[in-house]
Design a protein around this ligand. Structure first.
Ligand SMILES: *[C@@H]1O[C@H](CO)[C@@H](O)[C@H](O)[C@H]1NC(C)=O
Ligand SMILES: *[C@@H]1O[C@H](CO)[C@@H](O)[C@H](O)[C@H]1NC(C)=O
Ligand SMILES: *[C@@H]1O[C@H](CO)[C@@H](O)[C@H](O)[C@H]1NC(C)=O
Ligand SMILES: *[C@@H]1O[C@H](CO)[C@@H](O)[C@H](O)[C@H]1NC(C)=O
Ligand SMILES: *[C@@H]1O[C@H](CO)[C@@H](O)[C@H](O)[C@H]1NC(C)=O
Ligand SMILES: *[C@@H]1O[C@H](CO)[C@@H](O)[C@H](O)[C@H]1NC(C)=O
Length: 762
């Protein structure tokens, strides 16, 4: 962007909300598997406009790679996901000079590293074209500055463009045709059909509508089936025929406004013309996006902290957790409904542990709409989503974890316009009706990975899952958690028989518990089993993938997984002292002699998110502080390599935010575990004039040292429990006043956090 243009604008503005966007580094977590999306977007925006880099052999999950060639700058991306790329659709690519074959999958090199800030992206191609990007919710703006000497300045619109996958898992996206039309006034309208990607979706269609601010010297639609013809429109019903358009401009500066829609070309044009009217300046588009983030998202958490690195971590994390899901209300091609509609849920398996609970706190309106939308998806598609993109459920990695998200909302009193009878019926469908497996997943053909609980036949028949089903051991851990969630809602709705049944079922993880299996001297692990006996496994090395007994984490990890029954887990692991040592062993360097890094705890993935906090279940929050703070301070920073693993739609970032806040949610219950806050003061805006204010004295103000709690007051009263509930500090707001110090103190002398599925005396 032209900095000279921005200065008078900034000076002239009367700034009501502080500019927290200055602390957001959009390149955080874009490398080393973080897969963060560095392009431009509004909070929960349908458009995520950013670069698409092509490098043979390297999947670009959110479009960006730090190396490779530009294949386009496209309007649709996910945020921080792994698995296989999705979208990279609706693109433009600026090119200099005569283009003889526009359908030849042209790419262009990168002249210098890209740069950007919240709402603004800048790249320089090897043709010396500056590309600048800005976005609204359903439209985007491109500004191209071609070299002054050049008079053949092209913008290529390749309808066949998608992000490819090189992983060879059969999850590569396909293009299945489309059309491209240059209208009498010079703007273009297009549609494209695509399929597959990580969620294995069938054909879906996106419509687009693009305008240029300059008059082209030439513009034509192309088709690879008839490359010599230059007409005003092209269409194809075949994956092998690429179509698109080429606009050529004589002048150096060209900007383009593009809208997208899931409904129609007309709607795509409406979206761009209402959100980015023709007279919109590029700098105002950038500024409006900054303003939206400041007022809707970043100002929700404020602090007196002055450490710039921590402020950057705080606001960068808040930013990346508010890109997904996508608010597609009014843009649902599947059915007409007065309910809100959210897609790009990627995925609840990643998000249910701590992200949806934070979304509830900082975005209560989005959260309620998201839950209504999930219930509406069940109404019309038959099942709640565990993941969803391009308006299609999938893939389900473990349990039906929307159940946990719904239960969390229910027990915390979220009512609003949610129809809880329907919400509960949707959960019962998950718990009672196995999804059909009409399109088997080649990576796990035994049962549906689209939705619901594929291994339900075994779970219902036996109360455990046999090796007939993949991921049997880890799915059992999750199904038990899901059943507890059903119990919570059934209980609240006074469905007493159902509540009794599901509470009982929520204990079925115990059927996979082999009390004799020993690892590193600790006994008792979740194991695979068949009808008659346990099956041998090595808890240190049994972490697997889709076809294995444990999905993406080991028996060491999954054995801690059922938080609703922690008292039983502590007892079965040998009681408080052994449980303490066993937790310590998961964090010990050299604790896992079978792994190169020697640590059992896996900071790179979600299944172990809860583990550092489990010391609270034996009243040792000091140790939860020690372990979780160690992870937070050593594994996270705002550099491009600053995330330990895939962001997963912001799941990693929310784990870090809870560490800063000093609480950790137990999803499906009203419980929050207390550890220790980073800052001397933090205020969370809970909406409707309510606040949670968290202060601390005696710490270093940045959470690096002196982080042990000495004493705590909640709402002005001495507090001796290492947990509190939603009602205590969130429902009406509240205060938490910590006194911190350098020595671990056994301040928690009150009742243990609840273990509602554990029998009394467990
Ligand atoms: C990358 O772009 C450069 C310059 O535009 C080109 O010479 C090269 O062939 C491209 N590489 C690939 C792999 O497409
Ligand atoms: C996907 O769309 C193409 C037309 O572009 C069509 O040929 C193909 O049959 C469609 N596939 C399915 C499964 O509907
Ligand atoms: C979601 O999008 C719809 C349609 O644009 C809008 O009315 C609604 O307010 C949005 N939700 C939130 C929480 O912003
Ligand atoms: C609880 O589940 C077990 C099977 O796991 C079953 O034998 C028992 O009858 C159930 N009890 C109730 C009260 O449903
Ligand atoms: C169950 O597993 C055990 C141990 O691996 C094995 O010996 C036995 O044959 C299996 N039984 C069945 C019915 O598959
Ligand atoms: C609250 O705790 C402080 C020390 O942490 C103690 O001095 C004080 O007496 C306590 N107040 C009550 C009412 O127990």
């Amino acid at each position: 962007m032209n900095a000279i243009l921005l200065v008078p604008l900034l000076v002239a503005r009367c700034i009501a909300v502080s500019d927290y966007s200055q602390y957001v580094n959009v390149f955080t977590g874009t490398e080393n598997g973080g897969n963060d999306f560095p392009g431009v977007a509004r909070p929960f925006g349908m458009v995520k406009l950013g670069p698409d880099l092509l490098k043979t052999g390297a999947d670009s999950y959110s479009g960006y790679l730090k190396d490779g060639n530009f294949s386009g700058f496209s309007m649709m991306h996910e945020q921080g996901t792994g698995g296989a790329p999705k979208y990279g659709t609706v693109s433009q690519l600026p090119l200099v000079g005569t283009i003889s074959n526009p359908s030849s999958s042209i790419t262009v090199g990168r002249a210098r590293p890209d740069s950007g800030s919240l709402g603004y992206y800048n790249a320089l191609t090897s043709d010396n074209v500056v590309v600048e990007l800005a976005a609204t919710s359903r439209a985007g703006m491109y500004q191209y500055t071609f070299p002054a000497s050049s008079t053949i300045n092209n913008v290529l619109i390749d309808v066949s463009h998608v992000l490819p996958s090189f992983r060879g898992q059969g999850l590569g996206q396909g293009y299945a045709g489309g059309d491209f039309n240059i209208m009498p006034d010079g703007h273009y309208e297009a549609s494209g059909i695509y399929n597959n990607g990580w969620n294995r979706s069938p054909n879906w269609t996106i419509y687009s509508c693009g305008y240029f601010n300059a008059t082209p010297s030439a513009a034509y639609a192309y088709s690879s089936a008839a490359s010599s013809q230059k007409s005003k429109s092209a269409s194809s019903k075949s994956s092998s025929v690429a179509i698109g358009g080429l606009y050529t401009f004589p002048g150096a500066v060209v900007s383009s406004r593009v809208g997208i829609s899931w409904i129609s070309k007309e709607k795509a044009c409406q979206n761009v013309n209402s959100e980015i009217p023709s007279k919109t300046t590029f700098s105002s588009a950038v500024q409006n996006t900054k303003d939206a983030w400041n007022s809707q998202v970043l100002s929700k958490i404020t602090t007196t902290a002055t450490n710039t690195a921590s402020l950057k971590l705080l606001y960068t994390s808040l930013y990346f957790m508010n890109l997904l899901p996508t608010n597609q209300t009014g843009e649902n091609p599947g059915w007409k409904s007065s309910e809100p509609y959210y897609s790009d849920i990627f995925t609840l398996w990643d998000l249910f542990r701590c992200s949806t609970a934070l979304l509830h706190v900082v975005q209560p309106v989005v959260y309620e709409e998201h839950i209504r939308s999930m219930i509406d998806i069940w109404r019309h598609d038959g099942y709640l989503p565990d993941a969803r993109s391009s308006n299609y459920n999938g893939r389900t990695q473990g349990g039906s974890n929307a159940d946990n998200v719904l239960a969390d909302a229910y027990v915390k009193g979220v009512r609003g316009e949610i129809n809880w009878d329907d919400g509960y019926a949707a959960m019962v469908k998950d718990a009672e009706v196995a999804p059909s497996n009409s399109n088997p997943d080649s990576m796990a053909p035994d049962s549906s990975t689209k939705e619901g609980r594929g291994a339900l036949p075994d779970w219902l028949a036996h109360g455990f899952i046999t090796p007939k089903f993949s991921r049997a051991a880890s799915r059992a851990v999750e199904y038990a958690y899901n059943d507890f969630s059903l119990y919570q809602v059934a209980n609240g709705l006074k469905k007493n028989d159902a509540a009794t049944k599901y509470l009982n079922r929520s204990r079925n993880w115990r059927n996979h518990w082999n009390p004799e299996l020993s690892s590193l001297g600790y006994k008792g692990f979740i194991v695979p089993r068949n009808l008659t006996s346990f099956i041998a496994t090595d808890p240190l090395t049994d972490s697997g993938y889709w076809g294995d007994p444990y999905y993406e984490a080991s028996s060491w990890d999954y054995s801690f997984g059922d938080l609703h029954d922690m008292a039983t887990i502590v007892k079965r692991m040998g009681g408080k002292e052994t449980f303490f040592k066993r937790l310590d062993t998961t964090f010990a360097v050299g604790g896992n002699p079978k792994k190169p890094n020697g640590v059992i705890f896996d900071s790179t993935n979600e299944p172990t998110f809860n583990v550092p906090y489990l010391y609270n279940y034996i009243n040792r929050p000091d140790r939860s502080v020690f372990q979780s703070r160690g992870v937070a301070k050593s594994k996270y920073n705002t550099s491009p390599t600053g995330l330990p693993g895939n962001s997963d739609a912001g799941a990693m970032q929310t784990w870090l935010l809870w560490n800063m806040i000093g609480l950790y949610p137990v999803t499906g219950q009203t419980t929050f575990l207390i550890h220790s806050p980073w800052f001397a003061s933090m205020a969370i805006d809970l909406g409707n004039g309510k606040n949670l204010k968290i202060t601390s004295t005696g710490g270093d103000g940045n959470g690096d040292t002196n982080y042990y709690v000495q004493s705590l007051k909640v709402n002005g009263k001495n507090w001796t429990k290492c947990w509190l509930t939603w009602d205590d500090v969130f429902a009406r707001g509240g205060t938490m006043e910590f006194v911190l110090g350098s020595e671990a103190k056994q301040w928690a002398t009150g009742d243990l956090p609840p273990s509602p599925a554990s029998e009394p005396g467990a």
